[in-house]
Design a protein around this ligand. Structure first.
Ligand SMILES: Nc1ncnc2c1ncn2[C@@H]1O[C@H](COP(=O)(O)OP(=O)(O)OP(=O)(O)O)[C@@H](O)[C@H]1O
Ligand SMILES: [Mg+2]
Length: 249
């Protein structure tokens, strides 16, 4: 078997005394599109941030393509949950897209015209060429989400971690994001998406991981999105949240 894109072992993460993630073991195979599911406060964002190396675990290990986080460089791209971004600096859309080059250039490297060209192409791919010179903090939430996607594309990452990219975006943005993620997967990329809409999990993802501080299940969508497991995660309302494919609850 090829090396998994993500391999998490015995992972525990705590904020102070309170564990947000408890003893997680999870493998994400290369080339899949995985939905990370679970109720509010389940630890989904915490898991993504820990995989990015933004939070230090209390215990356990995370390996990306078989390597420790310190060696993964620009192979991993991150699109944060929208409400978590505080834009208190006046970066333009172009500036943020160009940040995708920093892994290759180093923080002191100056972007060259080829990098600007790559950034322009990425902005075109997400449909915001016309916003290139606008300060990001002036954009709408859906537009900001596209800026982050452009940055991830510029990075030419192999693993994409997106925290609720479909939250609060209109239908056009939603289908644009979905198309992009499918293209990334068809080119061999691995995509992990925090997702809230249980109804669309089966259509959108090959695999799912169900989280509620502990990992309740992971694997092919059919095996994870069962009434029993959803009830465990969401309580008594959970079992009714997903109707089976023949339309019966
Ligand atoms: N910086 C922090 N300091 C203290 N506690 C935190 C911090 N960030 C998250 N938590 C707590 O950790 C738990 C998991 O939070 P997390 O943001 O990972 O959940 P989530 O699954 O992403 O939820 P949501 O669906 O609401 O985005 C929650 O109980 C939350 O209150
Ligand atoms: Mg979250």
């Amino acid at each position: 078997m090829s090396t998994p894109a993500i391999e998490i072992e015995d992972l525990t993460v705590a904020y102070g005394e309170r564990p947000a993630l408890w003893d997680i073991d999870l493998k994400v195979p290369t080339g899949v599109m995985m939905g990370l599911i679970g109720p509010n406060g389940a630890g989904k964002s915490t898991l993504i941030k820990t995989v990015m190396g933004l939070i230090k675990p209390a215990a356990g290990t995370v390996r990306i393509f078989g390597k420790p986080l310190s060696e993964t460089g620009s192979r991993v791209a991150y699109v944060p949950q929208r409400s978590s971004v505080d834009w208190d600096f006046p970066a333009t859309v172009m500036d943020v897209a160009l940040m995708g080059c920093f892994g290759r250039l180093g923080w002191l490297g100056r972007p060259k015209s080829i990098d600007r060209q790559t950034a322009r192409e990425a902005l075109a791919r997400v449909g915001i060429s016309n916003l290139a010179t606008r300060p990001v903090h002036q954009l709408s939430g859906g537009q900001q989400q596209r800026v982050f996607l452009a940055r991830a594309l510029v990075q030419k990452a192999e693993l994409y971690l997106l925290d609720e990219p479909f939250q609060g975006v209109d239908a056009a943005t939603e289908s644009l994001i979905l198309d992009l993620l499918r293209t990334i997967r068809s080119e061999g990329g691995t995509v992990v998406v925090v997702h809230h809409d249980l109804q669309t999990v089966a259509d959108r993802f090959d695999q799912a991981a169900l989280l509620k501080v502990k990992l309740l299940a992971s694997g092919p969508v059919d095996e994870v999105m069962t009434p029993e497991l959803l009830q465990k995660a969401y309580g008594s309302s959970g079992a009714g949240l997903v109707t089976s494919r023949d339309g019966h609850p």
